[in-house]
Write a protein that binds this ligand. Structure first.
Ligand SMILES: [Zn+2]
Length: 350
């Protein structure tokens, strides 16, 4: 698997055979299969030996003549079964690999949804392995070279692009200023476009859905019932600091406005990003309410982590927008593909 780039050489080995719903690759654990055979064959001979002379003689004479080693009734080394719990415990204990597992256990994280991309298995094995390596934090960043493998010719762990902070994997996936306006924006816009397309389709502004990477949101959609803005500054009488939500939806009949803002942040920032996004448009909401004469203005944040970790709040946000609950899977796919592309591109420039 390593030779074919389907397993990063430094990635967590337990994840290879751990079930996909637990965050693994779900490959059949052949050493467990082998050992199960040993266990059942030994049981078979011991049971038969009680009644059959042939089996009894075989049992007595097998002094390491076969892997069963029937002569010895004590538990054999090849009778060990590593169960799911053992694998998870081993994964969790590892200081680097274990961090992602720890993130999955956080109360605000939906573990099942966060692992859904693995269960769907729709990515190329190489891409899947790369994302797992990113989650395992074994990517060859300057920080990794200097502090983890202690490579002698790595003198500094500062970012090769912005030179302003340590080049960790989190710095590359979501915190480097030098690519904020290009690569991060592209990822953000693709996720925003998915949401926009769902809404545009629901309100019948478009009749057919396109693959999300081809869809270009129109800056304004309007009919008798709705008006939808894409990435547009809302002009207000009073100056407000944040006045450009990613998507603005005016429901003319119900006299209500929904401000949608998308954020793709690193996993450790999920909670603060959610708080920031919900309070960001408080001033704008007040202004819109009086200027557009609507009854209510609500802000709906759409937040996913750069490694596809899904906060529980995302489901509530999709519900608030009346978007199908399974839509998060497409958002997750877009984020994962973009993050893989970002990390690859980042490392290829030295
Ligand atoms: Zn940087």
């Amino acid at each position: 698997m390593t030779a074919h780039r389907k397993h990063h050489p430094r990635s967590c080995i337990q994840r290879v055979t751990l079930q996909r719903e637990e965050g693994g690759k779900g490959i059949i654990d052949i050493s467990n299969l082998h050992n199960k055979q040993i266990i059942s064959l030994r049981k078979f001979f011991f049971d038969r030996a009680q009644h059959s002379t042939l089996h009894s003689i075989v049992t007595q004479s097998d002094t390491r003549l076969t892997p069963l080693n029937l002569h010895d009734r004590n538990q054999q080394r090849n009778e060990n079964i590593t169960d799911t719990k053992d694998k998870i415990t081993a994964w969790q204990r590892k200081s680097l690999h274990g961090r992602h597992r720890h993130d999955l256990q956080l109360p605000h994280v939906d573990k099942k949804a966060s692992n859904a991309w693995l269960l769907r298995g729709e990515l190329f094995p190489e891409t899947e392995a790369f994302m797992i390596a990113i989650q395992d934090q074994v990517i060859d960043t300057k920080n990794y070279q200097k502090h983890i493998i202690r490579r002698s010719n790595t003198t500094t762990d500062f970012c090769r692009h912005c030179h302003s902070s340590s080049e960790t994997i989190q710095h590359i996936t979501g915190a480097c200023k030098s690519i904020a306006q290009t690569d991060y924006k592209h990822r953000h816009d693709q996720v925003a476009a998915i949401i926009h397309q769902y809404i545009a389709f629901k309100h019948k502004f478009i009749s057919e859905k396109q693959p999300y990477y081809k869809y270009k949101p129109q800056s304004v959609f309007e009919n008798d019932s709705y008006r939808i803005y894409w990435d547009r500054t809302i002009i207000t009488d009073k100056t407000v600091h944040y006045n450009r939500p990613d998507i603005t939806v005016l429901d003319k009949h119900n006299k209500s406005v929904t401000l949608i803002d998308i954020a793709i942040c690193n996993t450790h920032n999920l909670l603060t990003t959610h708080t920031d996004k919900t309070t960001k448009y408080t001033d704008l909401s007040v202004e819109i309410k009086t200027q557009w004469q609507v009854h209510n203005v609500k802000t709906v944040p759409i937040i996913l982590s750069t490694t596809g970790v899904i906060p529980k709040t995302l489901h509530a946000s999709l519900r608030a927008l009346d978007i199908h609950p399974s839509a998060y899977t497409l958002l997750q796919k877009a984020v994962i593909l973009n993050t893989c592309r970002i990390v690859r591109k980042f490392l290829s420039m030295s």
